[in-house]
Write a protein that binds this ligand. Structure first.
Ligand code: ATP
Ligand code: MG
Length: 481
């Protein structure tokens, strides 16, 4: 097939164009071309319209083309989507070294333009220098790392422009309690109903709210969060519903959109909804019921279509009982309730949480970010009032203080773990007498939990530690959940 390379006699690169009649130059190229072609893992040529004029057998087989003749005359991009030969033809500039993704392969390629006697561009030729990247391992692994970073950065950017950073995979945990949270979150993303997230500080309410939105049919629309507790009471109404132009004299002359309008079509995340003053609760209820809002200083209503995800760390039922939270609003917000357990109630997740957080903290640093089993057990001795946020802080401090290149052992943890453990020492606390079966069941549940903590949630190892079979452990876990 080499024989039929049509442009071969005119295969000239730009520098030689100054002296096109030089026989030596042309000879040189004619000698070089077959050498290049043979040493490479494939070669291809295109004309000035970037249509394939020639391809050798090795490239055709590398690309998995059963019939090389069939691609002659086709646009090169239709055959090799990641090619840049058309760019070379257009600019006349060679691309001497490039890595090209093709399917799952990464090919090192060189691409050169070629000219006719008058210096007019005729087309381009490309050689695959390596298809097996073994000799280039250091270079390629660096490239792969950069490529992965790029993919991650693009994803992060896409999420940011949509207003979210988290997806359901970011809610780490495999304990029965965590799995139940995820099950409900998936349910919530499939239905366009109001969701109420209940959990202490740092349990992941924001993570879940964003994750539900990202997996919902509104994912491409905005996610707008508003923290009710963080906004002064007298500004809340404007923040929610916006301000009509000229509503106030002075600063607020221009129209300002409220969070409802900003979230239109998407999701409105009402964080710390328990901190909402009663007067605003009434207005919020009306907006949700009617699907329309009235900006401050306006007498026109604006239709809005938002899905509300509300969150609170407060006990809304107690607040309703004392009259500080409207029950009608509560039922509007609480169509699907997701209680998020505090970390102390899902200690078996400590191991996987540590791994995920350490990986995140060590990203881009030359740190190992590993934690020993005994260090995880040390973490389990604490009661975590600040939950996962606090766990993250503790691990960050341990990494900063640690000397061992990012390996955290029990000592490193004890150095930074807050001393006060709010957990009552169980042997000292007076315990009510219960039927023996209940006491035994409680002790068994605790033993299982401790084994899961020690094995970082690995059930096979936990079963071994307990001296029972894996299937018996599964049975017991099923009864517990
Ligand atoms: N299940 C989880 N897996 C991994 N990281 C988590 C998880 N839950 C929370 N986090 C991390 O913990 C931190 C706190 O989470 P988040 O802000 O969602 O908590 P929150 O419940 O909204 O807290 P607050 O009530 O104080 O606002 C974040 O850094 C988040 O990434
Ligand atoms: Mg929050």
């Amino acid at each position: 097939m080499t024989e039929s390379f049509p442009g071969r006699s005119q295969f000239m690169t730009k520098p030689y164009q100054q002296n096109p009649s030089s026989g030596l130059t042309r000879e040189l190229i004619e000698v070089l071309f077959p050498m290049f072609e043979q040493a490479s893992a494939g070669a291809i040529a295109v004309d000035r319209d970037s249509r394939i004029t020639w391809i050798n057998a090795s490239y055709a087989s590398l690309l998995g083309l059963p019939d090389p003749q069939a691609v002659i005359g086709r646009e090169v991009r239709a055959v090799i989507p990641q090619t840049r030969m058309d760019e070379v033809v257009k600019t006349g500039q060679p691309l001497l070294l490039d890595i090209m993704e093709h399917d799952t392969q990464q090919l090192v390629v060189t691409r050169l333009p070629f000219y006719d006697q008058d210096g007019e561009i005729q087309g381009a030729v490309a050689f695959v220098l390596y298809d097996d990247l073994q000799p280039l391992t250091p270079l390629v692994s660096k490239y792969r790392r950069l490529h992965q970073d790029l993919v991650a950065a693009r994803k992060a950017l896409a999420r940011k422009t949509r207003g979210t950073r988290y997806s359901l995979g970011d809610f780490v945990g495999a304990s029965p309690a965590a799995l139940e949270v995820k099950r409900r979150a998936r349910l919530a993303s499939g239905r366009d109903v109001a969701v109420l997230l209940l959990g202490e500080t740092g349990t992941g309410k924001e993570v879940l709210a964003q994750a539900i939105h990202s997996a919902s049919s509104r994912a491409e629309r905005p996610f707008v969060g508003v923290n009710v507790a963080a906004i002064p009471e007298n500004l809340l109404e404007a923040e929610f519903f916006g301000v009509a132009p000229g509503a106030y004299t002075g600063a607020e002359r221009r129209q300002r959109e409220g969070k409802f309008q900003l979230a239109n079509g998407g999701t409105l995340f009402l964080d710390e909804v328990g901190d909402m003053p009663l007067a605003l609760q009434a207005k919020l209820l009306r907006a949700l019921q009617e699907g329309e809002i009235e900006p401050l200083g306006s007498n026109k209503v604006v239709p809005v279509n938002v899905r509300v995800i509300a969150a609170t760390s407060r006990n809304l039922e107690a607040m309703m009982a004392e009259g500080s939270f409207r029950s009608d609003l509560y039922y509007r917000l609480n169509v699907l309730e997701i209680p998020i357990p505090p970390l102390r109630e899902r200690l078996p997740d400590l191991g996987v949480l540590c791994e995920a957080i350490l990986e995140d903290l060590c990203q881009g640093l030359e740190l190992r970010g590993e934690i020993t089993d005994s260090a995880v057990s040390a973490l389990a001795s604490y009661d975590w009032p600040g939950n996962i946020r606090e766990l993250r802080n503790v691990l960050e401090r341990a990494l900063t203080m640690g000397e061992d290149n990012g390996l955290l052992d029990a000592d490193a943890i004890f150095k930074v773990l807050p001393r006060s453990s709010g957990r009552p020492a169980s042997s000292l606390a007076p315990r009510p007498i219960r039927p023996l079966a209940q006491t035994l069941a409680a002790v068994e549940a605790q033993a299982i939990e401790e084994a899961l903590v020690a094995s970082r949630g690995n059930r096979t190892r936990a079963a071994k530690l307990l001296g029972i079979s894996r299937s018996v452990l599964y049975e017991k876990l099923a009864k517990l959940s």
